[in-house]
Design a protein around this ligand. Structure first.
Ligand SMILES: Cc1cc2nc3c(=O)[nH]c(=O)nc-3n(C[C@H](O)[C@H](O)[C@H](O)COP(=O)(O)OP(=O)(O)OC[C@H]3O[C@@H](n4cnc5c(N)ncnc54)[C@H](O)[C@@H]3O)c2cc1C
Length: 593
């Protein structure tokens, strides 16, 4: 057993995203406020530690991001005048319906109310999170950067803290000369704020069966880039969302020769559109005078195992509208991350003996609005309120921490999430049916025709490869041109991703035989397509010289490319991939994301 440092704290927060930092900041502030108004019942400020797996706060933060300010307004009311990063109020917005050639603005009366962004701000969530980290540090909160939480410490029915990942373990699993055992951090309350598909939250939810009787959480994958454009090419403060191409075929389009691919610099692909009609859409946000954020969100309930979100994003950029916008631009950074879309009925129980779950780990996200920031901040604040109650009573059981649920049930966050409780489930029924259900839900405050609607998990939605490709061939794909469209490895370069080479693979695939014996035949090894970072590579069969018969090929895992999007942990049809934390500081270093 390695010698582990043991640290005792009052409150440990795992994850320095907006949710975790909001919880830390608010807990400090409400205790201070309580002490000012009740000097005779003053509470000692608790020791609050936040750990972050990224090399620094903000390094792993990826978002659109158009922020509804409601959460931040409550957390730090004067945030606009307290040195927060520059942001732009949304001053114009548009929804474009993309056919494969055209971009048609949707008439205003047809735009659903949830897509309006009046009063919201375009921000860099990465920069905003760095600033929140500074606000936390100013309050005496300790933030340990490059420190991943790896294992739960459970004692009886209670979470007693966590064990951090070891440092300096070689590929062979043996300690190197730099070995340092990860600390054990023991806390009266551990707050899990790991964002989407948290690796420790997953252990916690399973161990305590916290999602019993809930819908499975369902996800999307967002693939995003920041581009620098000449001044005047796209105004700061403008928001565009698009529907249609490349994920949905128009009724008259069917298959076509994609004209964008036949230009001088493209390899013709012949006939072929998208893998399937899938749920999702894209965005273009004017971040400042010379930068835009563009991205494509693809529902991970897609059915065709050949679908490749990074490739669909590339196709999106070849649309004539996008090609024209980006032609004088330069790619600045790339990133990808899953989004928890399930909503109200997919939220696990988010408290228990010695723990709370906040933010997107607990499902705080409104998929209809593609907005989570305001909700995750609010969830951190609601948990903070419950934790303060627990500190007052010195009782950290689920009875006192359960007040978090009570506070949630009477909050605006619940009101918003409840109104959209069946929204995403409706679209899992297909786009046309989803649109009808959407209208019905809007007319009935979210109830629709069935309430609650049941959903299948994302891997369950995947269909056999042969259903979509009876000839056992995927559709031909165009080669990236190296400027507008990039291969995955080059894209990963633009995410700043870096992992120490000599460490055990953090992507656990226990049954590699399954990949060869069943997955190839049944699903065509979808990991090589759904991963936006070329982590999973299918090495094609080679002729075996002496016996002359082909082998079956094999899976090669390139963990160094991983951008921590968590899609593999979510979408693998056999649940044969588990995402675990790599050595501290590994992963993307997002710039202005
Ligand atoms: C492509 C995309 C576009 C989006 N667009 C918008 C938008 O326009 N507007 C909006 O409001 N929302 C948007 N969202 C959603 C928004 O980004 C999230 O809801 C929000 O960031 C979630 O906050 P969080 O603090 O819960 O998690 P995160 O922001 O993910 O932060 C979690 C932090 O915890 C760290 N962490 C995770 N596991 C561990 C561990 N085991 N140990 C230590 N540290 C750990 C991570 O590195 C990360 O820094 C978008 C999301 C995506 C992916």
């Amino acid at each position: 057993m390695p010698d582990r440092e043991v640290l005792d704290v009052d409150v440990l927060i795992v994850g320095a995203g907006p949710a975790g930092l909001a919880c830390a900041i608010n807990l400090h502030d409400i205790i201070k406020q309580h002490n000012n108004t009740n000097p005779d019942k003053a509470l000692k400020q608790p020791t609050i530690y936040v750990i972050e797996k990224g090399v620094s706060v903000g390094a792993h933060i990826l978002s659109g991001a158009v922020m509804d300010p409601q959460g931040l307004d409550e957390l730090i009311p004067d945030w606009k005048h307290s040195g927060s990063p520059p942001c732009h109020k949304v001053d114009s917005e548009e929804i474009l319906l993309l056919t494969h050639k055209r971009a048609v603005p949707l008439p205003a009366p047809l735009i659903p109310p949830y897509l309006h962004n009046k009063g919201n701000y375009i921000i860099s969530l990465g920069e905003m999170t760095v600033w929140l980290g500074e606000q936390a540090k100013k309050r005496g909160i300790e933030i340990l950067e490059g420190v991943p939480g790896a294992e739960l410490i459970v004692e009886g029915t209670k979470v007693a803290g966590i064990r951090c990942a070891d440092l300096g373990v070689g590929k062979d699993g043996k300690p190197r000369s730099t070995f340092q055992a990860g600390a054990e951090i023991r806390a009266k309350v551990t707050v899990f704020a790991e964002g989407v598909r948290g690796s420790m939250t997953k252990q916690l939810v399973r161990y305590f069966n916290l999602d019993n009787d809930r819908n499975p959480q369902t996800y999307a994958l967002g693939v995003k880039e920041i581009w620098e454009l000449p001044e005047g090419a796209f105004p700061a403060g403008k928001v565009i969302h698009t529907l249609g191409f490349p994920l949905q075929k128009g009724p008259l389009e069917g298959y076509y020769i994609q004209e964008a691919d036949l230009g001088m610099f493209h390899t013709p692909i012949g006939v072929g559109l998208t893998a399937t009609d899938s749920f999702g859409g894209s965005w273009i946000y004017g971040v400042d005078a010379t930068h835009i954020s563009i991205g494509l969100v693809v529902g991970l309930d897609y059915k065709d195992p050949y679908l490749d979100p990074q490739y669909e994003f590339s196709r999106f950029k070849t649309h004539p509208y996008m090609r024209k916008l980006l032609e004088k631009g330069k790619l600045v950074s790339y990133g990808a991350k899953a989004i928890a879309e399930g909503g109200y009925y997919s939220m696990p129980r988010f408290y228990g003996d010695g723990f709370c779950i906040v933010g997107e780990s607990a499902g705080f996200l409104n998929a209809a609005r593609l907005k989570g920031v305001h909700l995750v901040i609010k969830s951190g604040m609601l948990a903070a309120q419950a934790i303060m109650g627990a500190i007052e009573k010195q009782d950290f059981s689920s009875k006192t921490l359960g007040r978090y649920e009570d506070y949630f049930q009477t909050s605006w966050a619940r009101e918003e999430l409840y109104q959209y409780r069946n929204w995403r489930a409706g679209y899992a029924e297909g786009l046309a049916k989803g649109a009808v259900l959407d209208l019905a839900q809007r007319a009935t405050k979210g109830k629709g025709f069935t309430d609650p609607m049941k959903v299948k998990s994302d891997p369950e939605m995947l269909e056999r490869f042969s259903v979509h490709h009876p000839d056992h061939q995927g559709l031909a794909r165009f080669m990236p041109d190296g400027k507008l469209t990039l291969d995955k490895v080059t894209d990963v370069f633009h995410s700043g991703t870096n992992h120490a080479e000599d460490q055990p693979c953090h992507l656990k695939v226990p049954d590699l035989d399954l990949c060869v014996q069943r997955c190839t035949e049944e699903f065509g090894n979808p990991c090589q397509h759904f991963c936006p970072a070329a982590v999973y590579e299918w090495i094609q069969p080679t002729k075996v010289a002496d016996i002359g018969t082909p082998d079956k090929g094999h899976l090669q895992i390139n963990p160094g490319n991983c951008v921590h999007c968590k899609t593999c942990d979510i979408k693998d049809p056999y649940g044969n991939i588990t995402w675990t934390v790599p050595e501290g500081g590994g992963g993307p270093r997002y710039n202005k994301m």
